[in-house]
Ligand binder design. Structure first.
Ligand code: UD1
Length: 430
């Protein structure tokens, strides 16, 4: 079983290049099957989640060619099925984007119910509400969700909660529906906008993505396109916090600083310096970190996917901080692990009360989910001594070459599999 071996304590310094956004790549890849013409997508991150989705698309007949590590060419003219039930797809949340895409194009889809990180109950009632409003019959049976429509008709849909997944899924189904669809209380995340731009580049007519009202005029077909995915806001934020917790100086390159504003604001509040340029941000942490409060919110609020990384920094900050998780109810599972490193954190409901400690000490840890796993790596890099982290397959779902990028900044981290490799690492760094 692969693990990360980490020797913490040295500041991370240098430059790191951010890849394409996983959460934009997933719906964009799925939406590529909505045309019979060839689509070229650049800046696709090479991570487990995107690869699993590509595999699922291939299983129903899409021809996917990798031009290089981050560029894929997709032709879906030979799609021969609308049923996706392979085991691997169950593990990723974004499998349900294939329902929106298949439903939009073929008016029919059957996909295994989605899995994904265990961070809460993650219902899909808003997706179903949206599809039904467009005239779809939706059934859940034997672990499969089936959606079928004689024809899709535009509708006026008010989302009861702000949901990235539901906004995306309803948008995809509505693109080729007859007439106009209006989605109110839509999610405004950069990846929602990226998908809308991608679909528009294929001939869709979507207006208002990035605001809370999205207007879609149905078109009869979509055509070929070449499209580049936006940089990953959460990967960027994770490296920004790596600078904060290791008292480092990191320039995070190939980003859209506007997408990082809520993260930048919190780093400044806790005492880091953040310099922005056109497509990079530099984070310098030369002073002791201060406490603050943070509440996760839909974009442009502070992202729930950055909550564990923020908590790792607050655990090392002077004073008492309060972290409120308002999106998912089960997102503090990393707290027990951090406690083993000496953190002083008490969780009450959806709130964590963090009393900063001067240092973390290395320990053997388990990654509970994708973002929390990355946050524990940051904690290990900040800690005194050795840290071992297992279950790193979660981290690999969303971070490409995580350990290599960290090593490029001077981190002492290695992916290890055997006891011999662990001993070799310890010998090398001690
Ligand atoms: C996406 C991201 C995930 C991120 C989250 C919030 C992907 C693959 N995943 O997840 O990394 O943490 O956005 O930014 O892009 N909800 C309902 N009913 C629904 C749908 C959602 O009640 O039908 C609730 C959820 O339980 C949650 C909230 O809405 O409390 C937000 O969830 P949502 O935005 O849908 O998250 P995901 O799209 O699953």
């Amino acid at each position: 079983m692969e693990q990360y071996a980490i020797k913490g304590g040295n500041p991370l310094v240098g430059e790191v290049e951010i890849g394409g956004a996983k959460n934009a790549a997933l719906p964009i890849l799925a939406a590529a099957i909505m045309t019979d013409e060839t689509v070229v997508i650049e800046n696709v991150p090479d991570v487990k989640d995107t690869n699993a989705l590509i595999q699922a698309m291939e299983s129903i007949g899409a021809i996917v060619e990798r031009i290089d590590r981050h560029t894929v060419k997709i032709n879906a003219s030979q799609i021969h099925g609308h049923v996706i039930e392979d085991d691997f797809i169950k593990k990723i949340r974004a499998s349900y984007y294939l329902i929106g895409a298949l439903l939009g194009k073929y008016k029919k889809a059957e996909v295994v119910l989605p899995g994904g990180c265990n961070i809460g109950s993650r219902p899909i009632d808003q997706h179903i509400k949206g599809w039904k409003a467009l005239g779809t019959q939706v059934d859940i049976a034997h672990g499969l969700i089936s959606a079928e429509a004689a024809e899709l008709k535009g509708s006026h849909i008010y989302m009861d909660v702000v949901s990235v997944g539901a906004t995306i899924n309803v948008m995809m189904a509505a693109v080729m529906a007859e007439g106009q669809t209006i989605i109110e209380n839509a999610a405004k995340e950069p990846h929602v906008v990226d998908l809308a731009n991608f679909l528009n580049s294929m001939g869709a007519n979507i207006k208002g993505a990035g605001t809370d009202v999205i207007r879609i005029k149905g078109v009869t077909s979509l055509h070929k396109t070449e499209y580049t995915i936006i940089p990953d806001q959460i990967e960027a934020g994770t490296f920004m916090f790596a600078a904060a917790v290791t008292k480092g100086d990191i320039t995070v390159k190939n980003v859209i600083p506007k997408h990082l504003e809520s993260i930048t604001a919190k780093l400044i509040e806790i005492g880091c310096e953040v310099e922005e340029s056109d497509d990079a941000v530099r984070v310098v942490a030369s002073k002791p970190l201060n406490h603050t409060h943070v509440k996760t919110l839909p974009y442009p609020g502070f992202p729930t996917d950055m909550q564990p990384q923020m908590a790792v920094a607050l655990g090392l900050s002077q004073g008492t901080s309060i972290v409120t998780e308002s999106i998912f109810e089960n997102r503090f599972r990393y707290v027990d692990e951090l406690t083993r490193m000496g953190a002083n954190i008490k969780v009450e409901g959806n709130t964590a009360i963090i009393n900063g400690v001067g240092r973390y000490t290395g320990a053997s840890l388990s990654a509970p989910d994708l973002r929390a796993g990355a946050a524990l790596v940051l904690a290990g890099l900040a800690a005194e001594g050795f840290t071992m982290i297992d279950e790193i397959q979660y981290i690999q779902r969303g971070y490409e070459d995580f350990e290599l990028k960290l090593k490029g900044l001077g981190a002492q981290i290695e992916k290890v599999e055997t006891e011999r490799e662990i001993q070799k690492f310890k010998f090398k760094v001690s």
